[in-house]
Ligand binder design. Structure first.
Ligand code: 2AM
Length: 181
């Protein structure tokens, strides 16, 4: 099964993103917009994982979650990866160590396809079928700054590929209480 670990932002935060996008989805033509129901922040991508690895992965993700404090996050700004992927940026508490722990949980559980690319927190909103100049869209959303919110759990997500991709949360685990004085 195809798996990844993710943070799922709350609906009121996604409402702000949807409002910011309204009327701007035609700034660049020919994009496939990600269905709002599947919006997420990927922490680690595991690729195809054998079902027998699932119990171990779940235990390791629970442990990883318990070792990292809840994160205060906000969506801010926009960008593009390689003329193909349009995304919103994420500011606030850094996610890189949590993402590293989520990737390590996968590797140790035997998810051999775990993505080793440098982590860059983002919310993917659209993908281009062919290399496309996404700068007008990036420019249109560059001043976006959403409300801050608390990410207090991580999810193990299963991706069901198909004409419309569907994601299913197989489980979620609480992060430790936030470290605030
Ligand atoms: P994204 O984070 O830019 O949207 C499920 O496929 C999620 O894992 C997607 O959100 C996807 O990109 C992310 N992901 C990270 N590395 C991936 C890879 N090598 N192949 C497919 N998806 C990947």
């Amino acid at each position: 099964m195809r798996l990844f670990a993710a943070i799922l932002p709350p609906p009121e935060i996604l409402d702000e993103v949807a409002a910011a996008l309204a009327g701007r989805t035609h700034v660049v033509e020919g994009l496939r917009w990600v269905d709002r129901a599947t919006w997420h922040l990927t922490l680690a991508f595991y690729g195809e994982v054998p079902e027998r690895a699932l119990p171990d992965l779940e235990v390791r993700l629970a442990r990883a979650a318990s070792r990292h404090p809840a994160k205060r996050l906000a969506f801010e700004g926009a960008g593009a990866f390689s003329k193909r992927v349009f995304w919103l940026g994420v500011t606030g508490d850094p996610l890189v160590r949590l993402a590293g722990s989520a990737a390590a949980a996968g590797r140790r559980a035997g998810a051999v396809q775990t993505d080793e690319k440098r982590f860059h927190a983002h919310l993917t909103l659209a993908r281009a079928r062919q290399p496309t100049d996404l700068r007008p869209l990036v420019e249109a959303l560059s001043s976006f700054a959403g409300s801050s919110w608390s990410a207090d759990s991580i999810h193990l997500m299963r991706s069901h590929p198909g004409p419309t991709v569907r994601y299913e949360s197989l489980g979620h685990w609480a992060l430790a209480p936030a470290e605030r004085g």
